[in-house]
Design a protein around this ligand. Sequence first.
Ligand code: NAP
Length: 389
Amino acid sequence: MSQVITASQPVYSKDNPFPARVTEDRLLNGLGSAKDTRHFVVDTAGSGLSHTCGDSLGVFPINRPEEVDEILTALHLSGDEAVELRNESAPLTLRYALFRKRSLASPTRKFLLALRDRAQESIETDRLDELLDPANAAMLKQYLAERHFVDLLEEFPSARFQAQDFVEHLRRLVPRLYSIASSPTLYPNEVHLTVAIVRYRTNSCDRVGVCTTYLSDRIELNAPIVPVFVASSRFGLPADDSADLIMVGPGTGIAPFRAFLQERIASCASGRSWLFFGDQHGKTDYLYGDEFERHLQNGQLDRIDLAWSRDQDFKVYVQDLMREKAAELWNWLEKGAFFFVCGDSKRMAPDVDRALHQIVAEQGGLDEADAKAFVKSMRKERRYQRDIY
Ligand code: NAP
């Protein structure tokens, strides 16, 4: 990240985020899709913030006011109580701390122990003893994963906390990082984000992702209120614009590659580009499909392979298409192409990595050890880069 600043301008950073406006919130999925993926435009004009392709935007979310109210009710506190938080120079009200400074999700075993110390009713202490029994560690893990702090306060109402006591159990509300989906050359005063809005049910309760629903549900468009900063990354375009790019980005993993393509088009880069994208259904989930089809027609994108996982009875994923195109892919790699992966870290990225190793071994006529060494050298030369979450 680099910043162009004047003497009087504040330097915006993670410690001093810029209050940005979100000027556009557009649904990228078509009617009938199971997904809710949004295109947000964040206006950064006047901030001095700048980014390079591959960087992320950090966004500080704010908790749901309803959840803050539920906690205060369960605590029998007004919210006006003063609390002191680490790294804050002055006391804050409990309500403000819960709203902006502390995570209300992911309660800990330590909090259960605190509930056990305070609970007055035997029905509650018995249940807490059961959960805290070391023999029930797996059950406890699942129990905690499915609950927020408010659920525990409501489940064990005889345990009482003072404001300070309670906030000390909460972790910091940390910013979320989103890969930037726009080129700084094309959009110097804006940052585009591709965000999958997170909503799910656990323990018979509707849950939401705190930052994704902050952006989709709780901000006022055009109000300068969203605290943001640029997080720089080593993930990024090669300096040599004649290098070929292979980009694998299913779902929201498409974000940085939209920026890469915009940047390469703006700079008239001579290298070829090959995109692997996938999502559930071709009809509704081809994110930025109109743009990519236009780039293809204009010869600004050389190849695109699309994996629609739920358009047939069996799954088709990006790595299946890589395997189908193995000979061509190997040909690009042998000629020095850069290989980029962005998106899900738990399943997609390891599967794509396995497919890459397999293609290198089979097409390159290499044994397992040599294929591994080949991919390792790609990593070392920064020709294999991943931005996974
Ligand atoms: P996604 O859930 O990763 O799905 C995209 C496509 O990948 C679907 O077609 C899916 O198929 C397929 N897929 C599933 N398993 C795969 C595998 N092993 N290999 C290859 N492809 C596979 O899409 P997403 O909308 O980007 O959501 C990603 C997750 O990242 C979400 O849970 C989100 O909360 C999280 N996240 C998002 C952001 C952001 O929005 N910028 C940031 C951080 C984290 P099937 O579903 O049909 O199996």
